[in-house]
Design a protein around this ligand. Structure first.
Ligand code: SF4
Length: 488
């Protein structure tokens, strides 16, 4: 097997968070949502614009999930990134609304691509990928579609490129126990949820068709069953003010307790009802200074166990009406905060990126409560840098009642993450802290806390490609793709 040539990757940031992200869009499909800010383009899934970078890539490959995944692996690998640990982000409308057969086809296609990719293949295949080129190499999706999901999963546990996480997008009102069961069958580990606001009046007049109570119920169900919660929050919706948004975000942090947040300031787009309200003088956009000040305030109340993944949606400027939001908003906010002597403490602002393994580090435990149990953020830190963490959840009686049967009553590990540059399996790299035993120490700490708190079993919402790792630590595969261990 050809080895990956060690060279500095182009855009090293793409694999500096310990995983290599592969984003794909599902095919155009309607969403029954009526949100007044959401655009519709016939060639795109609801809410997406063809000129957004990941949308462009998916459109060019006719939304074929096999080709998109394979092409992305190839591009990243050829650009010097290690693609051993692939985090799959499935975007496009609301996943639950797609027909079951289509969803299985998408998941099978992704695993087929992950299981097909090797450095050898990358030497024989140039871009752009076409079906003809693949046919000449005897690679076709058909041979995989007849396999069961479990066969594809099992192959992925030893593949060159393994799935270390899969996320999909949902609305709060689609999240029910039966949805979660289906997500687990498909190996999903994280759900991006469009909570958007924690103010019932704002949700109502923006025609979101869900309430704050729905938001809280969805978050509880996800947490109880181990899913990571990526909360989408939209400042400057119709009817909002900076003060209302601040209060709404404060509620999001306390009542939803998300793990990750995407702050997407509302972008005014032409073919929406919001644009008509704007033309009638009924909707007012925040000025740039108002927006910057608001986001800085939101950052200041974001606890250090939350990662603010984004504060701008990749919408090309020509599409924006009225005040144009700058694509480097994050940097602008950072400079503003710096000028005010303020600092964001979220995970993204503290995570180790290109760090040599430190001689020493400390493991700190931060505990915070939610309605349905206690959360422990167990962090490996070296001075101010976050090297890695485990999210442990200990359900109370209410939380246990929300759990799926294979994990009912179990303590849950919801995430294990070691930061810095992706290291190849079984190897240590000079500028990475992966594979230095940090993950194992954090898991042992989680087991100890669970035992002390009286839990007899600990389960992990393990991504398909990480099964072997947990097996080595004494965990066994259970129904719905969880890994589970009896605590002595
Ligand atoms: S739920 Fe999401 S995709 Fe559907 S209309 Fe609302 S914003 Fe658009």
């Amino acid at each position: 097997m050809a080895k990956q040539t060690i060279k500095k990757p182009k855009k090293p940031i793409r694999s500096a968070s310990g995983v290599t992200v592969i984003t794909l869009l599902t095919k155009p499909y309607p969403c029954p949502g009526r949100c007044i800010f959401c655009p519709t383009y016939s060639n795109m899934p609801k809410s997406y614009i063809a000129d957004e970078p990941s949308a462009q890539r998916s459109l060019a490959l006719k939304f074929n999930p096999f080709l998109i995944t394979l092409a992305r692996l190839l591009v990243l690998f050829k650009n010097g990134h290690n693609v051993n640990k692939a985090e799959i982000i499935i975007n496009g409308g609301t996943w639950s609304y797609y027909p079951g057969q289509y969803k299985t086809y998408v998941i099978k296609s992704i695993f087929a691509a992950l299981n097909t990719f090797t450095p050898d293949l990358s030497q024989k295949l140039d871009l752009p990928i076409t079906k003809n080129k693949l046919r000449r190499l005897n690679v076709s999706l058909k041979q995989f579609l007849s396999l069961s999901l479990e066969k594809l999963y099992s192959k992925n546990t030893t593949a060159y490129s393994r799935a270390v996480g899969i996320s999909v997008e949902e609305r709060p009102d689609t999240i029910k126990l039966k949805t979660l069961k289906s997500l687990r069958k498909h190996g999903v580990t994280k759900v991006q949820v469009g909570f958007q606001s924690m103010d019932d009046m704002i949700l109502r007049i923006n025609k979101r068709d869900h309430t704050v109570a729905d938001n809280i119920r969805a978050a509880n169900l996800l947490r109880a069953n181990g899913f990571k919660i990526n909360a989408h929050f939209m400042p400057n919706l119709y009817g909002a003010t900076p003060e209302k948004d601040f209060e709404s975000y404060r509620k999001l942090i306390t009542l939803i307790a998300p793990d990750e947040v995407k702050i997407y300031p509302t972008v005014l787009l032409k073919n929406t009802r919001l644009y008509r309200l704007y033309l009638q003088g009924k909707y007012k956009q925040y000025t740039e200074p108002e927006l910057i000040e608001l986001i800085a305030k939101l950052k200041l109340i974001t606890p250090y166990w939350v990662r603010i993944n984004r504060i701008f949606r990749d919408i090309p400027t020509p599409y924006m009406q009225g005040i144009k939001i700058k694509s480097n908003l994050r940097e602008i906010v950072r400079e503003y905060m710096h000028s005010q002597g303020q600092k964001c403490r979220c995970i993204r602002c503290r995570q180790a990126m290109f760090l040599s393994p430190p001689k020493t580090y400390s493991i700190k435990v931060y505990k915070y409560s939610s309605q349905i149990g206690d959360n422990y953020f167990i962090a490996a830190e070296e001075s101010d840098k976050l090297l890695g963490f485990v999210r442990l959840f200990l359900p109370n009686l209410h939380g246990k009642a929300l759990q799926l049967s294979p994990i009912r009553g179990h303590a849950m590990i919801r995430e294990v993450h070691v930061y810095s540059q992706v290291s190849p399996f079984g190897k240590r790299e000079k500028f990475s802290v992966q594979h230095t035993g940090i993950g194992k120490s954090l898991i042992r700490k989680a087991e100890k806390i669970s035992r002390q708190e009286g839990y007899r079993r600990l389960s992990v919402i393990a991504a398909i490609g990480t099964r072997l790792y947990y097996e080595k630590l004494g965990y066994q595969l259970t129904d719905l793709n969880y890994m589970s261990k009896q605590l002595e």
